[in-house]
Write a protein that binds this ligand. Structure first.
Ligand SMILES: Nc1ncnc2c1ncn2[C@@H]1O[C@H](COP(=O)(O)OP(=O)(O)O)[C@@H](O)[C@H]1O
Ligand SMILES: [Mg+2]
Length: 423
């Protein structure tokens, strides 16, 4: 599809989604000789680009994302700023959100239990990786995602499961500022009780949210959404009667019901203690029940639910408004940062390669000069010999047979240069 705009060094193909604070674009990144790949560009919405708190949030997301490299977390390639607006270059996930997958699968008879267990185990693995991050001095960073929802989990048509959008995650150091502008962020029906109580959060908050995602993926119904925000919050904080999932899906075994109940414990002191434990429990269940679920199985199911999307990619908005908003700006200034920590290393590597190149050029140059000198010396001595031969005719006939073989070294000269050049 022909590009319709440009952000940074990415050609914009169309808009995938507009969220609360950013727009998501499908884009192409090209390298030399027409090598190109799909990427996603996430750009802060122009209308809130002036809002300092949102910009802070976006910059934090960039910082955070760039630390995280995990197969179940959508990768960040670049953090950039163009003409005053920030953007991220992200790995493109060719797939659908867990929300879309669960909705469609529910209409088709329900998500297979073992696939749900595998998907949730993958997200738990990603969360545990993020939760366990430490700074350079080895102190825990206490990262909490805070926004684990079915919209922020993507399932690829290759079966890869990716957690997105660390948009409102915070480091331990600024836990006090979680509500910088007075509003609780996150999606109401997925927030943990302690999030509502504005307590300092830890990894267990994300486990609660992931439990809600799992419940909803299995049942196709919302667990806490009661229509109004007030009632939803009340359900999360106070509702005593929580119907067992088995009343909605009779094929859910007790073991899964127990795993869910533990993730959804209102009191985090009694909740499943870590994402690592949650992942292990799910894998133990899969193993014990004799399920072998490969990424491919997840991918094939997802592609079966969304054949058109698997073939043609995400639905794109290519309207005039989107074209307008991504039109290349004149005199645009672009600043980007691709993994600051790696930069120094890259620069050092570049300097080393350049030094090596210079040395190689020196060696090749030297070899060429030597070769030329040797050849001319040889030519000079040959002509002197010839002249000497002309003067003494008797031995010349004997030597004439050797003449070609003596020329051999001077003919080899160029080939020796070539091989030096290759080094
Ligand atoms: N890397 C990606 N690949 C494919 N689709 C994506 C990607 N990132 C986001 N999306 C789509 O855009 C939506 C919004 O993205 P998200 O990062 O969650 O933004 P927001 O901060 O607005 O919630 C997602 O629910 C998903 O449908
Ligand atoms: Mg999101």
């Amino acid at each position: 599809m022909a590009p319709i705009g440009r952000i940074g060094r990415y050609s914009i193909v169309g808009r995938i989604a507009v969220g609360g604070m950013a727009e998501i674009f499908l884009a192409r990144e090209s390298g030399p000789r027409s090598v190109a790949r799909n990427v996603v560009v996430k750009r802060i919405l122009p209308q809130i680009a002036e809002d300092q708190a949102h910009i802070e949030s976006f910059v934090r997301e960039a910082e955070l994302y760039m630390r995280l490299r995990h197969p179940n977390i959508c990768a960040t390639y670049e953090f950039g700023e163009e003409a005053g607006s920030f953007f991220l270059g992200l790995e493109f996930v060719h797939g659908v959100t867990l929300r879309d997958l669960a909705d469609r699968a529910t209409r088709a008879g329900g998500m297979p239990l073992e696939l749900v267990a595998k998907i949730i185990a993958d997200v738990a693995r990603a969360l545990h990786y993020a939760h366990a991050q430490k700074n350079k001095s080895g102190e825990p960073l206490a990262i909490v995602h805070r926004d684990v929802t079915p919209e922020n989990i993507m399932v690829g048509f290759d079966g890869s499961v990716k957690l997105l959008d660390f948009g409102i995650a915070r480091f331990k150091s600024d836990q006090q500022t979680t509500t910088s502008n007075g509003t609780l962020k996150g999606k109401f029906a997925y927030m943990s009780p302690e999030q509502y109580r504005r307590e300092p959060l830890d990894a267990r908050s994300d486990i609660f949210s992931l439990g809600v995602c799992m419940y909803e993926t299995l049942t196709g119904q919302s667990l806490f959404d009661r229509g109004t925000e007030f009632q939803t919050v009340a359900a999360i904080l106070f509702e005593q009667e929580r119907p067992s999932i088995r009343t909605l899906r009779s094929d859910v075994p007790e073991a899964i019901d127990a795993i869910l109940a533990s993730a959804l414990e209102r009191d985090r002191a009694h909740r499943c203690p870590s994402a690592d434990v949650l992942e292990r429990r799910l894998l133990e269940w899969l193993n014990g029940a004799g399920h072998i679920v490969r990424n491919r199985d997840v991918g094939e199911f997802t592609a079966k639910m969304f054949p058109e999307r698997a073939r043609a990619g995400p639905k794109l908005n290519r309207s005039d408004a989107v074209r307008e908003s991504t039109a290349p700006k004149r005199n645009r200034s672009i600043e980007t940062l691709a993994f600051r920590a790696d930069f120094e290393e890259e620069e050092a590597k570049l300097a080393r390669t350049q030094r090596r190149k210079k040395m190689a050029i020196g060696v090749v140059g030297g070899a060429v000069v030597l070769g030329v000198l040797a050849a001319s010396a040889y030519a000079f001595s040959a002509s002197t010999n010839r002249r000497a031969d002309e003067l003494s005719p008797a031995p010349s006939r004997q030597d004439s047979g050797e003449q070609p073989s003596r020329e051999q070294p001077s003919r080899e000269q160029p080939s020796r240069e070539q091989s030096t050049t290759k080094n």
